[in-house]
Design a protein around this ligand. Structure first.
Ligand code: NDP
Ligand code: HSE
Length: 433
């Protein structure tokens, strides 16, 4: 029996040649021979679509391959690598590419978190791969482990530090006592944060990644609008210092959970106990902690951003998708068979640490404890110390057992209204214990 002859080359179109795209070009050209051996045929860079061909680029980028006509480019190739970012024209171009039977690799989490389902459907209908390892946590292999390696297990929870900029900022606040503003400025100077760091510090970038992780982990469509999102803008130097004193570190976490009622995905700053593996993730690094029924805890760690690390993940997808094209195979598509209910953010369970400035007089603790009890929130620990800076006032730190967000938030609201409370100094969730 004769096997079909491999084509002399597979034609690859690159959409975008910025931080990530430039490194994809470099790897494709510098490692061409090895890639040919791994794929089984040559990967030929057929064209590179950019916004402006007149911009000065890294000398590694072949000028004759640059084009501003992305539409034309995607219709005449075997594989399309989308690293331009944004919703449009990326969405239309990927759709066109898939409709023309091209395999697509993308690093675009914002697009997938909003329009993933329609793109997965198109890829499935046409019978081609749509791969996106680089869209979550840069270089870290996490999409494939969740989708393939753990396909026979049951994932219960995913806790991720999936935004390098905010992890760097919180780390600088913790280690060097910097203010949020100074740490963000540092992150911009080092090239971690965007010129406009809003998507990072407000948690939107992490929320897009949480939506992708939750969808994969729980075989249920979870989109950006389903993710409760709170960034790090309200975290103060005082919060960070108190976190250390109480044996924690503050991290911006993406938390995806399956409980009896359904699934939830949320992003917020949280106190992580110093003994938890996520507490050691410093600088701009990312890590994803997965809890599976049979595998138990797993942790994936590495560089979550940057040109070369992200290009590494893109190239892994490219090689794998190219092999599939040659063999006529197709990787797993979107899996939504479980179709679990998406819980209201108020139904998610967590623990709170509440720092209060209170009047230091008899009966105060009892009144506060009554409010917690009335809302069904169980107190785990209470510590009290007189405030050195304020006569007649005490600092009270209450840590709760797990409760629903709704009950915990209502408790804090009611406590804040008590006449013995001078100030609610901070409310932070405690995760990972
Ligand atoms: P850049 O802004 O550095 O590069 C974007 C590239 O896309 C540029 O070459 C730009 O062209 C081109 N482009 C933008 N809009 C258009 C358009 N309308 N038509 C044609 N070309 C266009 O982005 P990054 O490389 O940083 O990011 C790319 C993608 O990778 C994004 O989806 C991002 O979320 C994702 N990602 C990035 C990571 C990182 O560390 N940077 C990490 C993980 C994922 P021109 O050069 O002419 O301006
Ligand atoms: N701005 C993102 C970060 C880039 O800081 O992690 C990677 O998605």
């Amino acid at each position: 029996m004769s096997t079909p002859q491999a084509p002399a080359a597979l034609r690859v179109a690159l959409l975008g040649c910025g931080v990530v795209g430039t490194q994809v070009v470099r790897i494709l050209l510098e490692h061409s021979e090895e890639l040919t051996a791994r794929v089984g045929t040559r990967l030929e860079l057929a064209g590179i679509a950019v916004r402006d061909t007149s911009i000065k680029r890294d000398p590694i980028v072949p000028a004759h391959l640059l084009t501003e006509d992305a539409e034309q480019l995607v219709q005449s190739v075997d594989l399309v690598v989308e690293v331009m970012g944004g919703i449009e024209p990326a969405r239309t171009l990927i759709t066109r590419a898939l409709e023309s039977s091209a395999t697509v690799i993308t690093a675009n989490k914002a697009l997938l978190a909003q329009h993933g389902p329609e793109l997965y459907e198109t890829a499935d209908r046409v019978g081609v791969d749509l791969s996106f390892e680089a869209a979550v946590a840069g270089a870290i292999p996490i999409i494939r482990p969740i989708r393939d390696s753990l396909a026979g297990d049951k994932i219960k929870r995913v806790l991720g530090i999936v935004n390098g900029t905010t992890n760097y900022v919180l780390d600088q606040m913790t280690k060097d006592g910097l203010s949020l503003e100074t740490a963000v400025k540092d992150a911009q100077e080092l090239g971690y944060a965007e010129a406009d760091p809003t998507a990072d510090v407000e948690g939107h970038d992490a929320a897009a990644k949480a939506a992708i992780l939750a969808s994969l982990a729980f075989h249920t469509r979870v989109s950006l609008k389903d993710v409760a999102c709170e960034g790090i803008t309200s975290v103060t130097a005082d919060d960070v210092a108190w976190a250390s004193k109480s044996g924690h570190v503050i991290k911006l976490l993406a938390i995806c959970e399956q409980t009896a009622g359904g699934v939830s995905a949320r992003v917020h700053p949280a106190l992580v106990p110093l003994g938890h593996p996520l507490s050691t993730v410093g600088g701009a690094f990312n890590a994803v902690f997965v809890e599976a029924e049979n595998a138990g805890p797993l942790m994936f760690y590495g560089q979550g951003a940057g040109g070369a690390p992200t290009a590494s993940a893109v190239m892994g997808d490219l090689v794998s998708a190219a092999r599939n094209r040659l063999s006529g195979a197709k990787g797993a598509g979107e899996s939504t068979y479980a179709d679990l209910e998406i819980l209201d953010p108020g139904e998610a369970t967590t623990r709170y640490q509440v720092r209060l400035s209170v009047a230091d007089k008899p009966g105060v603790l009892a009144r506060i404890a009554d409010v917690f009890a009335a809302n069904g929130v169980s107190i785990e620990t209470v510590t009290q110390a007189p405030r050195a800076d304020k006569h007649g006032a005490a600092l009270l730190v209450v840590t709760t057992h797990a409760g629903t967000e709704a009950a915990l938030a209502q408790t804090v609201r009611q406590v804040a209204d008590l006449d013995v409370i001078e100030e609610v100094m901070s409310v932070l969730r405690v995760e990972g214990s």
